[in-house]
Design a protein around this ligand. Sequence first.
Ligand SMILES: C[S@@+](CC[C@H](N)C(=O)[O-])C[C@H]1O[C@@H](n2cnc3c(N)ncnc32)[C@H](O)[C@@H]1O
Length: 232
Amino acid sequence: MSNFYNAFIGRNRDYRAIATELLEILGNRQKILDIGIGTGLLAEQLIQLKPLLQITGIDTSTSLLAQAQTCLGSQVELYCQDVCNLELDQTFDAAYSRGGAWAFIRDSDTFLLASHIQDIDAIQQSFERVAAHLYDGGYLIITTSNANHSKLDKFDGEMSFERTVSKNWVDGEQYLIIDYVCHKHESITEHQRVQMRLLELDYVEGMLSSAGFQLISYQNDQYRIYQKGGDK
Ligand SMILES: C[S@@+](CC[C@H](N)C(=O)[O-])C[C@H]1O[C@@H](n2cnc3c(N)ncnc32)[C@H](O)[C@@H]1O
């Protein structure tokens, strides 16, 4: 399914606009960690707009990382790592997750965290590992994703890519279930199901606070910006 990622996502999201907004938030912060970099679509735009940025990307998917490597070459350092066990010999000015390991999604008049990491302790550990890799005053930016609604895209006469989204409660825990289905001539050629843990905003902010982060701003409801400890 990674082969279809750019074709589907690239036409549904304006990465240039996201990069421009993110750069405004980052200000003069230069050393940046992309958590769940995927195929590198956002990092590519960031570097085009600001070539001096030093971006390191992590992801658990070797196939997506291979595409990122092809797209970004040596402009970005890439590591196959799970953010829960993040271990890089570097410290960053800021980290962001744009629909990576975690994202916020709108839920009526509030937000939920949608996390690829399912276990609460592991989510807590992921926040702590990020904090351990940031300077004091460093930012953790988590974007709001619009990928939580169903969608059908037809590429040409024969191929279509469908995303179906539903919510599900299991033993008192809430999950987002996303089915990606690729059709060729009406037959299914690929199907991938992604399950994400959903957590209430207040609860997540308690977890982030335990990891040393405090919310300093949310911009257009699109970017929630947390800061580690005091000012740098
Ligand atoms: C929807 S993709 C987004 C990719 C990219 N950020 C973008 O904006 O196009 C989510 C990415 O997060 C990665 N991911 C999920 N859980 C992760 C984890 N625990 N640690 C690192 N990456 C993770 C996935 O492998 C996938 O590449």
